[in-house]
Design a protein. Sequence first.
Lengths: 345, 239
Amino acid sequence: IKHLLRNYTGQTVVFFEVEILDAKTKDKLCFLDKVEPNATIGEIKSITLNMNLIQNIPPERCGCPAVTSCRLCLSTDPQWYPARQSIRLDPKGKSLKDEDVLQQLPVGTTATFYFRDLGAQISWVTVFLTEYTGPLIIYLLFYFRVPFIYAPKYDFTTSKHWVVHLACMCHSFHYVKRLLETLFVHRFSHGTMPLRNIFKNCTYYWGFAAWMAYYINHPLYTPPMYGEQQVTIALMIFLFCQIGNFSIHIALRNLRPPGSKTRKIPYPTKNPFTWVFLLVSCPNYTYELGSWLGFTMMTQCLPVAFFTFVGFVQMTVWAKGKHRSYLKEFRDYPTLRSPILPFIL
Amino acid sequence: MAAHAATGAKTATNDVSHKRRKGPGALATVYLVIYNVVMTAGWLVIAVGLVRSYLAKGSYHGLYYSIEKPLKFFQTGAVLEVGIVPSSVVLTGFQVMSRVFLTWAVTHSVREVQNEDSVLLFVVAWTITEIIRYSFYTFSLLNHLPYLIKWARYTLFIVLYPMGVTGELLTIYSALPYVQKTGLYSITLPNKYNFSFDYHTFLILTMISYIPLFPQLYFHMMRQRKKVLGHLEEHSKNE
């Protein structure tokens, strides 16, 4: 049904009807009978959803400027905040983006969307800050040999090996760097992630930090086999990769103007640490792997090697995904690049 | 531990949708039928071995030795079915892993527990379960599943599962003092890899993990049973 009406500028506009169905049960959740064609998905989400059906809510109550009248609309319930709503064209399809405009979607003038609850959401910044602060503090607890970890005679003693002090500085520096980057450098595409991720992620980071720190700061710790030589080279690798990783984060940030979610192909800049973009799609992960390899060499500790390996596997998965989406999105994407390891992976 | 649960887990839903879902190709079906027949036969050999040994000895002590080799062979062979069998890969993989762990890392590795009655407890539970499970798969593949087998698979677990779990836990428990005394599979500090592992603690943690896992799997099987066998009650009501 086309509503040909004149809007406030006197132009003839075709209004849309939008019905939102539950993706699982196909129940009708919301029916909006006059939606402006240039309304975005984000605006539609801001009509917060609730299971109580209230009929004929006047448009002022809906809070969405694009909707001029609302039939089966649902009253405001802060439970269904937009971040946890997934609106999609197909019940099993991909989520539409908040920026998508109604009239540019492949829908008729009566649009049917499917709704899925993504569950409680938490912001990326919160998750990052929590998951990085943990290792910072936990490692220091082991470094200072706080009671109940090692035998009582070692409480509040410090290791006699200088590599242990160095390792503590490197580990702490790494996580402080991450925290500062989260606060000041990164520009996030998604605002939120499911709440349960914070428990999963924290268990991973905090658990591994405790496991590694236990052995490195143990009274029976054995310093690296090749002594000062091994530690010095490891430190060089670690610092080199920390600077490299930071350079990549800055380069990626500069690709994206503040507050935007645009995506562009990253290219090498004047900073030599970014020249690795010639060979790799996600050099931030490459440098991260390098840092942890350096730390493994520095501490000669098997749990650190495990942590490095597990992290490498996860980063490879992420890098391959990112590489694939670059290839899909940009036809002119450089063919020389590999996801994470030049020419290899 | 996941013995009986995993077996029922996803196959029930597959039974229901069995006719709608496309079956494996002809060659794959032949392979699967042969595999399941061989496994059924293997566990029957173990069953027969247990009975014969019991009759010969006159008691049920130390029967483990009479079936040690086929038990190891066929239980380890189950690794082949992960991802092949209708049940979910995660569930099957987990069950096979836990069975193999008990067979090799506990019973085989700690000789002193091999005489324990708890070993017989889980071996009997596993044997009966596997004979029914593999014949279930065999008949399903041939599209001639006797109701008795289906009933047995979704009913006997009620007794066999707790029986198997009890046997397994008691066996691990009896292995603890020997593991602690000998430091079996354990690594201590200091060493140049700055790593340690205490197998004794690991076994205790394994035992504790049964507490959350066992009820979940058991009640999952109960639900599967209602789904698969539930229609029986409806029919008798209608008559």
